[in-house]
Design a protein around this ligand. Sequence first.
Ligand code: CA
Length: 237
Amino acid sequence: MIDSHIEVVRILVVEDQADIAQFIQKALQHAGWQVDVAHSIAQAQIELRNQPVQMILLDLGLPDGDGLDLIANIRSWNQTPIVVLSARDQESDKIKALDAGADDYLTKPFSINELLARVRTQLRRWAQIDKGENAPVVQFGSVVLDRQQQRITRDGVVVHLTQIEYQLLCHLVAHAGQVLTHQQLLKHIWGQSYAENAHYLRIYMSHLRKKLERNPTQPEHFLTETGVGYRFVLGQE
Ligand code: CA
């Protein structure tokens, strides 16, 4: 008998290099997910039209175009997590992909463990979005953020944040597991005209770390993506 409650998680890998595509497919299938491979943008578009996918792993250099265009195309109609696979470790490519709507990136070569950790993070995030879960109370480390009461405690003691610090914290928490670029954060918190003021972020991120991290110099939750932006994580895998 087929149990209709068990939902198959389908992941689409868009990668033209056969050995890499196979390496990813095997690793993800071994972890229990259904994996389809597309070797071009055209194939990816057909796959996406046929069946829903829960996640997309996307190479940027494809034979029939730039993966960036596919991100923009997908984002015009759906919010499925996209993790970019990039051989180019140039920050500008990562930033372009994130600004176009990708959620995270992996720089080639990456290990199976890195791959699985990123996929799990995004699938968890997607499951929450899908269920419409946006719990008012979020806990990370010894910090409890109650968005309904607008109250933050650390080890049970109330922590006072400025308005900007609070807005930044809530935005990061709402995008837990995602890399947010400097520009995305600056535009959201300060507005369009502040898009180039990356030093604002450095200052406020250091405030949040001092107030909320166990060891501000070795952050566990407010992580720096050098030259790209920041990633907030709730806890270790
Ligand atoms: Ca390629």
